[in-house]
Design a protein around this ligand. Structure first.
Ligand SMILES: [Zn+2]
Length: 102
């Protein structure tokens, strides 16, 4: 994420990606980090965790804490509002993709 414009774009992509997976099943930070890395994003927990937190604050995700082997893990699920944002983003992304793909 060397360029400023790319960095901004990628932050948007990452949020859409999060909404997509957290809609299918609850996700947690380290799982999402691994998922993003597989998709070619080199992102640190210091970048991802504040994103998850602000999406929770904005009402796009809900958080549930679960005890996993004696450690508290925060699971995030996409809310109704998050789902609406995802649908609209998906539509716009698809429209743009059709236009720029070639
Ligand atoms: Zn994915």
């Amino acid at each position: 994420m060397e360029d400023k414009v790319l960095r901004k774009l990628f932050l948007g992509f990452i949020q859409i990606h999060i909404l997509h997976h957290a809609k299918e099943e609850p996700i947690y930070g380290t799982w999402m980090l691994e998922e993003l890395r597989e998709h070619g994003y080199s992102i640190s927990s210091g970048t991802l965790y504040p994103i998850l937190h602000s999406m929770d604050t904005d009402g796009l995700l809900t958080k549930e804490e679960k005890n996993v082997d004696g450690k508290i893990r925060k699971y995030y699920t996409t809310t109704y509002k998050g789902n609406k944002v995802l649908s609209e983003a998906r539509e716009k992304a698809y429209e743009l993709f059709k236009e720029i793909k070639d």
